[in-house]
Design a protein around this ligand. Sequence first.
Ligand SMILES: Cc1ncc(COP(=O)(O)O)c(C=O)c1O
Length: 364
Amino acid sequence: MRIRPDLREIPPYRPGKSIVDVAREWGLDVSDVIKLASNECPLPPFPEVQAAVAAAAGTIHRYPDNDAREAREAIAAHLGVEPDQIWVGAGSSELLRIMALAVGGPGTSALYGWPSFVIYRLATTLAMSEPIEVPLDDAMVHDTEAMLAALRDDTTIVYLCNPNNPTGTLLAPDQVARFVDRVPSDVLVVVDEAYHEYVTAEGHHSAIGLVGDHPNLVVARTLSKIYGLAGLRIGYVVGQAETVAELRRPQAPFSVNSLAQVAAVEALRHPERVAERRQLNRAGRELLERGLAELGVPYVPSQTNFVFFRPGPDTALTADTFLGHGVVIRGLSKGWVRVTVGSDEENRRFLEVLAAELDRLAHR
Ligand SMILES: Cc1ncc(COP(=O)(O)O)c(C=O)c1O
């Protein structure tokens, strides 16, 4: 077969290991394994969402609404924009990939900070664009000056993950605005706000307000995180109507299933539950950060539902050590690993394992 050789550069996506796989590999009971590796919500979807999905199950012999009209109307009303400014996808990662394809191709480049969300790298390869990866600054924050300086004439897309995965760091709204202002108007700017709902920084707000002045700006969001719908796959992009209409062209028909559409509409009816989850997550995050500080483990203060930390020099050893205790965390690189904020019990168990193993991890 003549498969594109450049696709070999795409390593197989390694999601956080499933609970069942870990239990099998490490000879543990499934009920003893906790997964804090994929930035999922530890709570199930809202009961009203579960009921709406169950009620809609009898309709799935039909194709979904290809325009996701009701979901787009609900999202638009939630954000105070027009429905034709909303584009939905099977998770925001589908939309990230499609945007890469829409503006990429040989002879183009894509720019993003690093480390950041790995899909930017994969989508860039898929689109046959050249990646330009700009290191975060010493505080693990996007270095917007260095990013602007690294833009090239052939750059067609810039990703700005805010707050950033995996570091949990945030650019303030005025920093984002200044950055967007200075990117040339023929370069697509994607501000990825997958973790926006977890931000508790005083005075923070979304980049969606900038879209009106910038036809080249879109903001990506997801219902996979605080809404707890990761398994259904639905996310969206907000931009100017003409921009999203153009970007949408390469999307496969019917990619957003009907249950996901129903779930999104219902989920957005419960902002009070989102606020509650934000506070719960904040408490869990503070517990983790306090625990890390007390143990003297370097970590990056987070505005998300995860914390980036470095207990020792060996990422693989750290991740495997936790796995041996039935705690799945995410190994990144150079000793850095990431833990998702779980339930109170899960967070405490994570800290117990860390306290018990820290000496070994730090001094090897
Ligand atoms: C920064 C960022 N963007 C987007 C996503 C994609 O989420 P989904 O495809 O589930 O909407 C994730 C998921 O982990 C993420 O971390």
